[in-house]
Design a protein around this ligand. Structure first.
Ligand code: SF4
Length: 248
């Protein structure tokens, strides 16, 4: 059955995930994946991840580090909102430079004022997945999609221990939607219905619905492409009903 196979492949994928690659460029990746020295870089990158490519969003902390000559939380805290707006505009860091400068500024301030300057206090007390998602949701402009993605990354890529994984949902982007529809996990008419996809993932693996995310995303990006899906070489070929008509 396709649900069982998807769960099995996703769990294997989760267990083998070793190399942390949040952004292609090595130096940029080093900063946003350094949870020991710069845990705020990870949080700030998550906060930037909207309405632009992930590659561009996750590069912003590194670009600001280059401009300021440091990425210490103390230094970031001393930069005014006006200075951040100038930095964002002059360097065209984001599609919405004013708004995202504000988000950057308020994220830094929240980390210093509520987490004692150490962003790892968001996740380092063995919290439940709901607690971590809820802590991310408390940041300015962080919606459920980003908060869930951040919690999923912490668990999946960084192996941060959480007391449960129930509240880490799947994040349905175009790849995940297409794969769910082609696998017959949702009806064609529901392809844009996020709730249907989220609840279907919950029904497949209630203990950790978001574990399906990476497998579906990779499959959609590399194999189950919008045009000419490579069904012959797909790991799900035998179980998949291949509902490919009228596709996205
Ligand atoms: S068998 Fe084909 S349609 Fe089904 S998931 Fe694989 S590539 Fe997509």
């Amino acid at each position: 059955m396709i649900e069982e196979k998807l769960k099995e492949v996703s769990i294997a994928e989760y267990n083998k995930q070793k190399v942390i690659k949040l952004v292609e460029d090595e130096e940029k990746n080093k900063l946003v994946s350094d949870l020991i020295n710069y845990p705020h870089a990870f949080v700030l990158a998550c906060a930037m991840d909207r309405q632009i490519t992930a590659e561009r969003a996750w590069s912003i902390p590194y670009q600001i580090k280059q401009i300021l000559g440091t990425f210490s939380i103390e230094k970031l805290y001393n930069v005014s909102l006006e200075e951040y707006k100038k930095i964002f505009h002059e360097n065209k860091l984001h599609r919405f430079n004013d708004d995202m400068a504000k988000v950057f500024y308020s994220t830094v301030h929240k980390i210093v004022e509520e987490y004692n300057g150490d962003a790892s206090n968001i996740w380092n007390d063995n919290p439940s997945s709901a607690t971590v998602v809820s802590r991310f949701l408390d940041f300015d402009g962080m919606g459920i999609k980003i908060s869930t993605m951040a919690t999923n990354l912490l668990s999946r890529d960084f192996k941060i221990p959480l007391s449960d994984y129930y509240s880490i949902d799947i994040s349905p982007d175009a790849h995940v939607k297409r794969v769910f529809k082609r696998m017959g996990l949702i009806k064609e008419k529901d392809i844009q219905n996020i709730d249907k996809i989220v609840y279907k993932a919950r029904s497949i693996n209630p203990e950790f619905p978001g574990i399906l995310d990476l497998t579906c995303w990779k499959l959609g990006k590399n194999t189950c492409r919008p045009k000419n899906p490579k069904c012959n070489s797909c790991i799900f070929e035998a179980e998949c009903p291949k509902i490919i008509d009228n596709d996205i």
